[in-house]
Design a protein around this ligand. Sequence first.
Ligand code: COA
Length: 174
Amino acid sequence: MWAAFHGSPLDLSIILPISNKPAIGDPLQYLSVREIRTEDLDTVTAIESLSFSRPWTRNMFYQEMGNPRSFIRVAELNGNIIGYICASFVLDEGHILDIAVNSLYRKKGIATVLVNDVLSNLRKFGIKRIFLEVRVSNRSALSFYEKIGFESIGSRKDYYRDPVEDAVTMSCDI
Ligand SMILES: CC(C)(COP(=O)(O)OP(=O)(O)OC[C@H]1O[C@@H](n2cnc3c(N)ncnc32)[C@H](O)[C@@H]1OP(=O)(O)O)[C@@H](O)C(=O)NCCC(=O)NCCS
């Protein structure tokens, strides 16, 4: 998994389709999570590009959509995609490959909802344990995963590029 891009703040409302309808109160109340569709790819790729220094391409998402051992779930609010998660599984082990939330909607519990959705889907396939990698410098993601019950189990030297950086491997029984 790639680390967050800490570049200059951009107004996502210019780039991403943000509905004119205001989210009233708690956005989680109006949030739905569903399987990704091809028409979601532009928005997902835009969030990805603004979130990572080495983002997945549209084609990488498209290929995962065709992989029977992967799934991508999107969080939708007022008809707009505001986050997504991609996970895969082999035998009884799952792997979170990618997750990001539109920066306008972070710290509102959206990623927690996405991970819980993925965990319940993985359980249906008999998955017992889930793994992920995160850049050592990605403090917000490390805090997020620790908050939801993942623990660090090791590191991978020079796992990432642009910039080259070690990964922390994290895991959680589900
Ligand atoms: C990491 C990320 C997916 C979290 O999404 P989110 O919707 O903001 O997360 P949540 O609101 O569900 O956060 C739940 C908890 O995680 C922790 N957390 C989340 N973001 C945090 C941050 N920036 N700093 C510290 N803790 C954070 C908090 O404990 C939070 O609970 P709280 O709001 O009650 O304090 C989001 O910051 C993101 O898209 N980052 C860019 C992409 C990325 O780095 N993905 C992970 C790659 S491994």
